[in-house]
Design a protein around this ligand. Structure first.
Ligand SMILES: [Ca+2]
Length: 569
């Protein structure tokens, strides 16, 4: 036994060590072995800035005519001792196969490495320059399919949405805001839903475009890390070529809210309410609910019964008030109920579903009336005269509020750009003329100095065309019905309104279904001046809001309920 140990240390061990350290010596018949690689074989989410390198167990030599292939393209490579480095620029969201062919690499003894490959996939890392995420590389579902019929696409094709959805995985490099552009083609005007990490964030309007068209669709806020961005089927088919995403920065531009109301010499109380809205804007949100038209106060009462608190703001509607002498209409409903609410420090808002002024048919939907709003420009037309009669009728009700010292947050001609109400049926010009006529008639002719004027906008490309103007509007409202159980932040729309109108006006959620969770408003910065939930299921059903959500809204100290309101009389 002793002689074996002696032999091992003196003769065998030195030979083993010597062999391991100098395999290139004469008698070496073993080719270099791959120890590891960057990226590792079968790696996913590989950063596009990664330098591709292979590491071997011994020094390697690179053949002069080595045809090293990356996705079938020959690439430059350099060897340095045991490392082979590939010269290439990786694209995001791409599957790669790196192939080292026979006779490309050897050790110094001339033992060639047999052909082998490694595969990896790059991530969708987004930078300030913008990253293109081809739709054909995204995850498709519900029948969305790759196509190539429409020429001029980027990458290897595009996706026909059909009835399906397209989901992109995005790797945000930094916390902050990212602009999202879409290159698409569409046979008509369509709308699709935009989801981030499974939350419905905004409805996206795609204008008709037979050719490929790149358009900005949203600015999203992402924390560093991986996120999913989805285009979800809503209405109509589009073809999507790619999304392009670019990092913007970590802040948004500041507001510069108008100091004064647009009404000259407004009432003391209107000024107090406006100042209150301004003081709380961005910090707190005022809770509100519609009072189910003129007929009752069931909705706020229901909220009170479920939570023990009244919403701070209650909405009423002059929907029936231009129908004269109808015994079923409670003409004094908005005033009597609004007055009681105001006396308890609540805020009053009024909408006007303005029924056809001429025929008195009761219709206000474009589909149900051919009332021609463009006649607003012809003072001799019957339409113009009927408009004036109706405005004067409504003025008598607004004067009741004025005479009682009650400011009215006044929101006529809502959702005009949608075109579904007659006041929006003929495009922006007659609608703006009607708004200015309404303003002039109520403010200057009737002396209504208690109104705070709310214009309901959308965020389409034409939103600014519909705007009556800074001198006629105090607050910008959006009506958002995000669908059932969608309490995510609506900051994309909020920030778009701010951007389109220059941050000079307060922004409110003038009507809504599911209310964004106020904690999300705080986190994402879409602290709307107030929210006003619509009646019925929108108020009461758990699928929209319901008792549990109302209790949650009122549990936040930055949600203003009526008991938290100061006396603004
Ligand atoms: Ca494409």
């Amino acid at each position: 036994m002793r002689s074996f140990i002696y032999t091992f240390f003196l003769l065998i061990l030195p030979f083993l060590l010597f062999s391991a350290c100098t395999p290139e010596e004469v008698g070496d018949v073993t080719a270099p072995k791959l120890l590891s690689s960057v990226p590792a074989d079968k790696a996913v989410d590989v950063n596009v800035s990664t330098s591709v390198s292979l590491f071997f167990n011994e020094k390697i030599l690179l053949a002069a005519n080595a045809q090293i292939k990356l996705n079938n393209q020959t690439v430059e490579a350099t060897s340095d001792a045991r490392t082979l480095t590939i010269s290439t620029t990786l694209a995001p969201s791409t599957d790669y196969t790196l192939t080292i062919p026979d006779k490309a690499l050897s050790d110094v003894a001339g033992n060639f490495v047999k052909t082998f490959s490694i595969t990896f996939r790059t991530s969708n890392t987004v930078t300030a320059e913008g990253t293109i995420l081809e739709a054909e590389n995204a995850t498709l579902s519900n029948g969305a399919a790759i196509a190539s019929t429409i020429a001029g696409y980027s990458g290897a094709g595009y996706v026909n949405m059909n009835n399906g959805n397209i989901t992109f995985n995005v790797n945000a490099t930094e916390n902050g805001y990212y602009r999202v552009f879409a290159r698409y083609s569409s046979g008509g005007d369509k709308t699709q839903d935009f989801h981030v990490d499974g939350q419905m964030m905004a409805g996206i309007h795609f204008a008709q475009s037979a050719q490929w068209k790149e358009t900005e669709i949203a600015t999203v806020r992402l924390n560093a890390g991986t996120h999913s961005i989805s285009i979800i089927k809503n209405w109509g088919y589009i073809s999507l070529d790619y999304l392009k995403i670019a990092y913007v920065g970590n802040t948004t531009s500041p507001f510069n809210i108008a100091a004064n109301l647009v009404t000259p010499q407004p009432s003391t109380q209107a000024v107090k309410v406006y100042n209150f809205l301004k003081e709380n804007f961005g910090k707190k949100v005022i809770s509100g609910v519609i009072a189910d038209s003129t007929r009752n106060t069931d909705e706020p009462k229901w909220v009170f019964e479920k939570t023990g608190k009244w919403p701070a703001l209650v909405g009423y509607d002059f929907m029936d008030h231009t129908w004269l002498n109808q015994n079923w209409i409670k003409y004094d409903g908005p005033f009597m109920q609004g007055k009681r609410h105001w006396e308890n420090n609540g805020l009053v808002t009024l909408t006007w579903h303005w029924r056809d002024p001429l025929t008195k048919s009761g219709a206000f939907y474009t589909a149900d009336t051919n009332f021609d709003v463009s006649k607003v420009n012809d003072v001799n037309s019957n339409e113009y005269k009927a408009i004036i009669v109706d405005i004067d009728t409504i003025a008598t009700y607004l004067k009741e509020f004025r005479n009682a010292g009650i400011p009215v947050i006044w929101r006529p001609l809502h959702e005009a750009a949608g075109g579904w109400f007659w006041w929006g049926a003929k495009g922006p010009q007659p609608c703006k003329a009607l708004w200015r006529l309404l303003f002039d008639r109520l403010v200057n002719h009737h002396g209504l100095n208690n109104l705070i004027w709310v214009w309901t906008t959308d965020v389409s490309a034409s939103a600014a065309d519909w705007y009556p103007g800074d001198e006629y509007v105090d607050v910008l409202g959006m009506d958002i019905y995000p669908g059932e159980n969608q309490h995510g932040s609506q900051y994309i729309s909020f920030n778009k309104v701010k951007e389109i109108f220059g941050g000079r006006k307060l922004i409110t959620l003038s009507e809504c279904g599911s209310v964004p969770d106020p904690a999300m408003m705080l986190e994402y910065g879409d602290m709307w001046s107030w929210f006003m939930v619509w009646s019925g299921d929108y108020t009461r059903s758990d699928s929209h809001n319901g008792a549990t959500w109302w209790q949650k809204f009122f549990s936040y100290d930055y949600v203003i309920t009526r008991d938290k309101m100061p006396d603004l009389k």
